[in-house]
Design a protein around this ligand. Structure first.
Ligand code: ZN
Length: 597
């Protein structure tokens, strides 16, 4: 094979799309739960420059059986040495007139994107379950692809699953099981590979509006439909803010609790953790977030994972605006205020770990796992940067800008520098406002949070602060003052208690908020950290059960990190982890294996 040296465009993909790039995928697959293997053919329609003689795909732990061109013409292929983070480059020799590459392959039972659950790990306990998590660079472990967020393609799929299960993808979806166990999918809008998604399980559907609904295991369906009753209002609210929803349907799939994230914005079908089913609709900002990704991220996509803040900062901004529109300014300010406190804690942790550069918005993740960039910095510092522009030049102007930004750059990728050029030119042309480069310098290329960071202000939180002040002064907690507190106020209360508390104080606080009995995952998580820090043993069984039954990394991280601060806690953490590990997805075990070796 002729060796060529290309300048890599994306540090996390071997592909060279400027030479030969994928345009459409036809994926035919069979899902085998007994072997935990997917057997598939990926037929890629491609486009190449005139003298291209090779196309490169990313794969990881995939066994290639055969590669052919067009109508089954033989060709040569070569697999490069495995990189522990990036996997392998698959190079396929092509002819100038090659239109299609057909790759027959099997996945490995340990494929990093796939989580195979036993029936015991589901709500129904009767059927196995499979879901994927492709972001950031795990799609290559189940589909050979050009695994860069800058490469978009349309797709169709035919998926064969056991007859009593339903298959769903980030595409047009069936609403009920059929007798053949074969399901057909089409995704007509081009997406990057990290938005490829599949889930297979005992799932049912219920509509919320004519373009939205909920998929869940039967025993979770009613609760989920009730919790997300405002789904259609969120979609139309989002459209009023920043233009039409471009993906036809918007459905939500409620997964078993081992799902490692709060949600994943798979197009047309958000994957969501059941830990937001709080029974009081108090944690639905997660759905506003995933919905907002239909514009920021899925429509205008970060070009590389170093530009991840473009996906997440814009989405937190949009999410907060949806919440403001539906539930009022004060509610949105409570969310922003909780976020800001989390950001300050994250920056403190990153600095303590020596990762100062990771507190910049523009990241340098070359030779690192892009997952390292998933911190509050991309989300919340990104949000406050955009909010600072909104506050400085006016909300109306910023809304006009955002609407046009999504429209002009839809179905394209964007890097940080491209964003800077776009917003500068936009404000200059449209509003005759010149942006100061210092604004970008201080927010995007500097560490930490700038001095002039906007400060959210919530009246409801001010009332909580009065209760905390009363507690600090006189150890007195008046239950009548907390009668109408929502989850957010309880969280604000918990997160602003003194670090050290006596057993008696812990008992009084527990009596005040009934935290140990809470069914709300956010509250259990925050209270667990306080309980561990202050050796409040009444929480021990709750913490153990929570860690074993929940796979959401956001909750696991703070609890395990608090446990390992003492030698005794470390032993406890290791014992719990050994029981819990099989319930976690790779993106969680990849984090916690290092922590708990
Ligand atoms: Zn997000």
């Amino acid at each position: 094979m002729e060796q060529k040296t290309f300048k890599p465009t994306d540090p996390h993909s071997f592909s060279q799309p400027q030479e030969a790039r994928v345009k459409h995928l036809k994926w035919t697959s069979t899902i085998d739960f007994s072997t935990k293997i997917i057997t598939a053919v990926a037929s890629w329609t491609i486009e190449s420059i005139e003298d291209a003689d090779v196309i490169i795909f990313d794969i990881k732990d995939i066994k290639i059986a055969k590669v052919t061109l067009d109508d089954d013409q033989p060709t040569e292929f070569k697999i490069a040495e495995r990189d522990s983070i990036l996997g392998e480059a698959l190079a396929v020799m092509i002819k100038p007139y090659t239109k299609t590459i057909n790759i027959s392959y099997t996945t490995s039972p340990g494929a990093e994107a796939l989580q195979w659950l036993s029936p015991e790990q589901t709500a129904g306990k009767k059927f196995p379950f499979l879901f994927t998590q492709s972001q950031a660079i795990l799609a290559r472990s189940w589909v050979p692809c050009q695994d860069s967020p800058s490469v978009r393609f349309t797709y169709e799929a035919d998926v064969t699953v056991p007859k009593d299960l339903l298959a769903l993808m980030s595409a047009s979806n069936p609403q009920q099981k059929n007798e053949t166990g074969v399901y057909h999918f089409e995704m007509k809008q081009p997406v990057p590979s990290y938005l490829l998604a599949l889930s297979v399980g005992d799932l049912q559907f219920q509509a919320i509006s004519n373009r939205s609904g909920i998929y869940a295991e039967p025993s979770m369906l009613q609760k989920s439909v009730w919790e997300f009753a405002d789904l259609e209002k969120m979609i139309s609210g989002a459209e009023e803010l920043y233009g039409p929803y471009q993906w036809d349907r918007y459905d939500v799939l409620v997964l078993p609790p081992s799902f490692p994230f709060g949600g994943m914005e798979n197009p047309r079908l958000t994957f969501a953790t059941p830990t937001v089913i709080a029974g009081d609709r108090s944690l639905t900002s997660l759905i506003a977030h995933e919905l907002a990704h239909s514009w920021s991220g899925n429509l205008v996509t970060n070009a590389t994972w170093n530009d991840f803040w473009l996906n997440e900062g814009f989405t937190v901004y949009f999410e907060t605006r949806i919440m403001e529109k539906l539930y009022g300014k004060d509610h949105a300010e409570m969310l922003a205020s909780l976020n800001l406190q989390d950001l300050h804690n994250e920056i403190k942790d990153l600095n303590e770990a020596g990762l100062h550069a990771d507190t910049k918005l523009k990241l340098d993740l070359d030779d690192r796992n892009p997952d390292d960039g998933v911190t509050e910095v991309a989300y919340v510092k990104g949000y406050f940067f955009l909010r600072s522009i909104e506050e400085k030049y006016g909300k109306d102007k910023f809304d006009t800008f955002l609407k046009d930004y999504f429209y002009d750059n839809g179905f394209k990728s964007m890097n940080t520098e491209g964003f800077m050029t776009y917003i500068k030119e936009y404000y200059q042309k449209k509003f005759n406002i010149a942006f100061d480069d210092q604004l970008f310098q201080s927010w995007i290329f500097s560490e930490g949070v700038p001095e002039n960071c906007p400060r959210p202000s919530s009246d409801r939180f001010k009332k909580v602060d009065v209760v905390i002040a009363g507690w600090n002064a006189e150890q007195n907690l008046d239950k009548s003052k907390a009668g109408d507190w929502t989850t957010q106020e309880w969280l604000h209360f918990l997160k602003n208690l003194p670090d050290t508390l006596s057993q008696q104080q812990m008992q009084s606080i527990d009596n005040f908020g009934k935290f140990t009995q809470s069914g709300n995952a956010e509250i259990i998580s925050a209270w667990s950290v306080i309980a561990i820090r202050n050796n409040y043993q009444r929480m021990d069984p709750v913490i153990e059960a929570f860690l074993i039954n929940t796979g959401r990394r956001k909750f696991l991280g703070p609890i395990y990190n608090e446990l390992i601060k003492t030698e005794q806690g470390k032993q406890k953490a290791k014992v719990i982890y050994s029981k819990a590990r099989s319930n976690y997805h790779f993106v969680a075990t990849n984090t916690f294996d290092k922590l708990l070796n």
